[in-house]
Unconditional design. Sequence first.
Length: 374
Amino acid sequence: MDTSTVILLKADNYNKDEIKSRLVEGFRQLGGISSFISPGQRVLLKPNLLMPKSPEFNVTTHPSVVEGVAELVLEAGATPAIGDGPGGTGYDINSVYEITGMADVARRLNLELVNLREAGSRSVQHGEREFFLTRVLDRFDKLISLSKLKTHSLTIFTGAIKNTYGLIPGFQKAGYHKKYPYMKDFSEFTVHVYMAVKPTLNIMDAVEGMDGNGPSGGRTRKIGALLLSEDGVALDKVALELVNRKKRTISTLESAEKLQAGNTDPYQIHILGAKPEEFDIDDFRFPKNPQFSLVPRWVINLFAPLVWVRPYLQKNLCNSCQTCAKSCPVEAITMVDNYPRFNYHKCISCFCCSEVCPQGALYLKRSLAAKFMR
């Protein structure tokens, strides 16, 4: 496999002019935006818009990053549009665009905001996996992925690879969580999705990220970086190096290496700009309760009654919005007296409920036996 180039830039804040200046520098080191975008092309900008949260919560890609990229695409003579499919099935896309700041960007630059759910879907075959992607992709010549550096309760880390999962329309996301409930299986599936859509360019917003119980309930962490690469796998590898001092293994990168989706070998990744060791990110917390990646599945199944990770409710934070119940792929959540009740016999530990809870009212609890497994 050829070497991959990752541009790693320092970016201390979300000032729009400074973000654009960093992006211009990043594109310059990649050969200029004209190396990727031609005049007259239509370009879909795909940020991470998990839920309707304002930018300061760092759940979503910051609008300054999206606006900076959109302006550069316009200057290249192409036509950008913004589109994503939020994680929770109960979210209204218009409110998501308004609250995340994407609607303001669209108004300032006269951009289209794409509704992925209303566009329909088409079947895609990649390797042995068949799945559905939004038909919106058929309208565009190029795709630029604009991910956010965050942890993730199921896959441990979410970045460029996982960001493409948002191109699966609405309710079908939950179906794939049901079909691939184990972390390794789901991670491999997301790599197939990434390879099928293959973004023209991957850009990561890591000015501020999230650690702990991500991708929505963690704590904000100042990272101070922007990353750009044609290779989303290599980009995720470098981004992880910024925060992963203990060199923890990540299942999406393991799957990407197995499927040869991109470069994971540090000797095959050429980093330009800053160096990872220049970023002093101490005590970055990965999720405490992921599935047991180092334990054989037959062992987990054998001791299943004793080994579990389950979502639990912090009742004082719950506002009875029902997003968790609407998003559960196996209908293991019902509303009783205006609060969610969990059927743990049906629960598949996909943690979708925790992921999409807008109030951060769900936490993951380990059994005593599970605390000894990794």
